[in-house]
Design a protein. Structure first.
Ligand SMILES: Cc1ncc(COP(=O)(O)O)c(C=O)c1O
Length: 363
């Protein structure tokens, strides 16, 4: 059978599907750009430069992987109930928060529905919404990347079922105001607040889920707890929505290793939060240094990265020079982020290496 004939049998959503631009691995970049640098500094994935808690690593070889996980994930949900001060019935664990983004679009979106995309924001929302059959309606943020409430009001209609708001937002780093959250909650749609960077911003709306049955909070263990490679996140929502989400997700969506690692991380949260605080200190130190460069505009951030705009130089050329020196930052194709790059905060050494290489080319 020809691939063209096979394509005709596919769900039409796949015809014009724009893929999520995920991060190329270090190895593929090294090969693509024939990098000879002896040091590689990966600051393109908002990962945790300190890695997981040491006990997570010690414990991994002891975890039985020949048996399936507990399909109710009671132990991890109980730990999360204590961590979040909510009830176990409000909690869904997932294979990274990405899995819940996808699941929520599939639960709430019917082909033909519209999904507002608060551009620029996390690219996964529009990709998964599109896959669920939604039409994406961009609602551009203002010059400081705050929401444009007037435009949101204009664009929202009966085809809008679910709104996704990352706060802090990726890749801009800013949080939404309480007024914005109240405004969005008042629209009587499902509001998903993605708090992937909550431990860095320390601002959460999780306590509101008992008050607003249309509110869902997403969290990640990838950033603050250094478990990006294990793929584990969770959602906080009403008892009813949690029950539904748990019954329609894949039954064994989180591995034994990921579940146990989450439990160990939460038991040792104070150690991990010390590392988070170090990352915040490093972020502010790097921001001050970047602000002194006349060719760079750096935006305020409440997360583990900084968004920078290059004012005069050519970003693509700069990026290739950085890559050749073993420094990886993240660029974005969208118009709103023209000449912008995002740099994740690494260790003090990583950040210094990035900065020293940057100032070879940028004044
Ligand atoms: C805003 C936001 N949400 C969700 C995710 C996905 O996180 P996870 O690794 O838990 O799937 C990311 C990852 O970068 C993110 O920036």
């Amino acid at each position: 059978m020809k691939y063209d004939d096979i394509k005709k049998m596919m769900n039409p959503q796949f015809e014009n599907f724009s893929v999520y631009a995920s991060m190329p691995s270090n190895d593929s970049l090294i090969e693509k750009y024939s990098i000879k640098a002896d040091k590689i500094v990966k600051l393109n994935g908002n990962e945790n430069p300190f890695g997981p808690h040491p006990k997570v690593l010690e414990n991994i070889s002891k975890i039985p992987i020949h048996i399936y996980p507990d399909d109710e994930y009671l132990k991890s949900r109980q730990s999360l109930a204590e961590y979040t001060d909510l009830n176990i019935d409000n909690i869904v664990v997932s294979c990274g928060s990405d899995e819940l983004i996808d699941l929520l679009f599939r639960i709430f979106v019917t082909p033909g529905d519209e999904v507002l995309d608060f551009t620029p924001t996390f690219g996964m929302y529009s990709v998964r919404a599109q896959l669920a059959g939604a039409k994406i309606i961009p609602v551009i943020r203002d010059e400081n990347f705050n929401l444009n409430r007037t435009k949101i009001k204009e664009k929202i209609n009966s085809k809008t079922k679910i709104l996704f708001l990352a706060s802090p937002n990726n890749p801009t780093g800013n949080e939404s105001s309480v007024e914005d959250i109240e405004f969005l909650l008042g629209l009587n749609k499902i509001l998903v607040i993605d708090e992937a960077y909550f431990e860095f911003s320390k601002k959460s709306y999780a306590n509101l889920i008992n008050k607003y049955s249309n509110l869902i909070i997403l969290r990640s263990m990838s950033k603050w707890a250094g478990l990006a490679g294990l793929r584990i996140g969770y959602g906080l929502m009403s008892k009813e929505l949690s029950e539904l989400s748990r019954s329609v997700k894949n039954p064994y969506n989180v591995s034994n290793i990921a579940e146990e690692s989450l439990i160990i991380s939460l038991k040792n949260a104070s150690y991990l939060m010390e590392k988070v605080d170090l990352i915040i200190i490093e972020r502010e130190k790097l921001k001050i240094k970047l602000e002194k460069l006349s060719d760079i505009k750096v935006y305020p951030s409440n997360a583990n990265f900084l968004l920078c705009k290059l004012l005069n130089s050519n970003l693509k050329e700069l990026n290739i020079k950085l890559i050749k020196n073993g420094v990886f930052v993240r660029l974005f194709p969208s118009k709103e982020l023209e000449n912008c790059f995002r740099v994740s905060i690494g260790t003090a050494d990583d950040n210094e290496y990035f900065f020293d290489n940057l100032i070879k080319y940028v004044k």
